[in-house]
Each structure stands twice: as structure tokens, then as C-alpha cells.
Design a protein around this ligand. Sequence first.
Ligand code: SF4
Ligand code: SF4
Length: 355
Amino acid sequence: MLLKILSKSDLPDAVERLGQRYRIIAPMLHEGQTVFKELLPGDAPDMEYRTTPLPPKKALLPPREELIQLQSTNGESRLEPVLDVQPAVLLGVHTCDLHAIGLLDKVFTEGVPDQHYINRRRLTKIISLECLEPCSEHSFCKSMGTLAVPESFDLHLTDLGSDYAVEIGSKAGLNLLWKFFTIRDAGDDDYARLNKAMSEKWSRFNYRLDIDATELPGLMSLNYADELWEELGQQCLSCGACNLVCPTCFCFDVQDEIDVDLRSGVRTRVWDSCQLARFALVAGGHNFRIRRGDRLRHRFMRKGKYIQEMYDRPGCVGCGRCAQACPVDIKPLDVFNRLAAGHVNQSEMKKEAIV
Ligand code: SF4
Ligand code: SF4
């Protein structure tokens, strides 16, 4: 591992220099909570934050974004794609959110490539931050295998007290480091401090899922018809908050808005939620998931099975945001563990996972 050391006291200067070249999106204290936000000159990132209500996903897949502009003149219509051209740095991304971004990278590049996402992602450098403490009572990242950093960062920081250990993940990260940061080479002491921080970290996190995450797809298959879905459906308010806060949800709606002069317009993409009643409404007025229990089951099937099987990445990274946001306390950890409690036959689950 190529390791450099950045003194914490040098971070503000580095951020200021970066800000002259890049748009910086970072965790920031705002009205009593930490949110990912664009830094303005003089703003300081909150590098000690635990969690944020919305994930940093919003920097790459904005809640609302223009996709196409339409202009019509003299009977001729022109459609212009709208592509973000601003280079950006996404600073302070925790490991679970980095895993989620890794999933989005697959989703938006495989199959039908999404030029809007791909373009924004290409222009965005990621400086991630090692999680040394659980971020909330709801997180279960260790169980989901997302507590260790994946390789999709440009630079990765680990808090060593007065310094950060900086790991270089890409050539772009190396360039950032040389151009904008004041660093020194790591010595034996620094490697020892990093090893200590990392070994102490793991014991602070518990395995909270009662089965191995690799058994989740099989567990979900076995429980497709379980009565739990109907029970939870009775409680669910179909508010969609769980989807909106989730770093791995990527469903969206596309809307066309035409100006009153009928000569110009815009096509936008907005986040959507599979928990809303109209989500599965199709032509002819048919709704194929009209029941709340069915919609809830669909969400958990995606989190525990469908996404994993389709993209070979966890559909839930265990961040706990949906548990925090749900007004009726429907929590993924509880749901998975309740299902697991009813199915102790592990070999049966493994068999289902293969089918
Ligand atoms: S389902 Fe909940 S816990 Fe899992 S990644 Fe989404 S918001 Fe986080
Ligand atoms: S946040 Fe809770 S109540 Fe709202 S849709 Fe999700 S599970 Fe249902």
C-alpha cells in the first residue's frame, strides 16, 4: 500500500486550493445536522460526522436533473442533451456509501449506459474516509461486508488523531495529492499507528445479521410468500422515505415539461419510490403492486436478493438510513433477522440461492 501522511491542520488549505479548481461536495454542519453540500469559500467540511440523512449519491444522481432540452424554431425541433461539465470532488465518503457508489457505477454503465451519470462520474474524484466507529444504532455494515473500503476511491483518508493516513487509489488521486495537498511519506511509526487504528476499529462493530449476508438471496426466495409482508404492509404508510434516503436505490421517473409558448421544454429525471402506490401503475389503469405488503416485499427482495444476483454487489449496504427515516419503525435488520429466525435450515437457503 502506498501511504502518505497529511497533517489535519493542513486540510483546510488543501480544501481551499481544491475549491479553486473543483466544485467540492462534502459533509457539512447545516441546521443542526450534517449533510452533503457544496462547500463555498470559507466553509469547513465536517470530517467527524457519523451519518447524513441523504447519501452522497445525490452528487452523482441528483434528486432532480435536466436530461434534455427541447427548442423548436421555424418548424424545426432540436433536442440537446444536458451534460454536467463541472469537475467535482466528493469528499468524506464513508465506506458503505462508497460500496453503494460502486453499485451505481455498474447500474448506469452496464446494459444501457447512462451518459448523464457516466459523464458526471468521470468528472468526480472521490476522497473517502475510513469509518472507525459505527455511525448509528441502525447500521449493520459489518454484516453486509461494506465496512472495508472497496477500491473505487481516488484518495482514502484514515484518521490517526493529529494526521490522516492517505491511501492512493488511482492516478487521478495521485495527481490531486501532488497538486493540492501538503504531505509527507509515511514512516514506520505511521504504519504502526494505522495498523493500531484499523485493528481497534473492527472490534467496535458487531455482526448484527443473524445469518451470513451470502445467504440473504436464498432466505428471501424462501420467504416470498411469508405472512410478514402482509403484516408490515399493514403498518407501512407508503411515504417512500426509505427509498429517498437509500444509497442503493436508483429508480427514477422521467418527466417532460413544455413551456407555455409550446416552443421549448425540458425532460427531467427525478428520484422515484417503489413504495408509492402509483409506482406500478401502467397503461389501462392496472397496478401490479397495489397492495402495500407487495410493495414492501418488492423493496426487500431488491435489497436482499435481486440486486445482488443481477449486479453481484449488495443491494443493501447496511447504512441504517431507512430505519432512521421510517415513521413506523420498519427496519431492514429486523426484517432480515425475523425471516432468518423462521428458517434455520441453512443448507436449504443455500440451495435456494443457487436456483
Ligand atoms: S436498505 Fe436501508 S440500510 Fe440498506 S442501504 Fe438502503 S437505506 Fe441503507
Ligand atoms: S419509510 Fe417506512 S412507512 Fe414509509 S414507505 Fe418506507 S417502510 Fe413504509
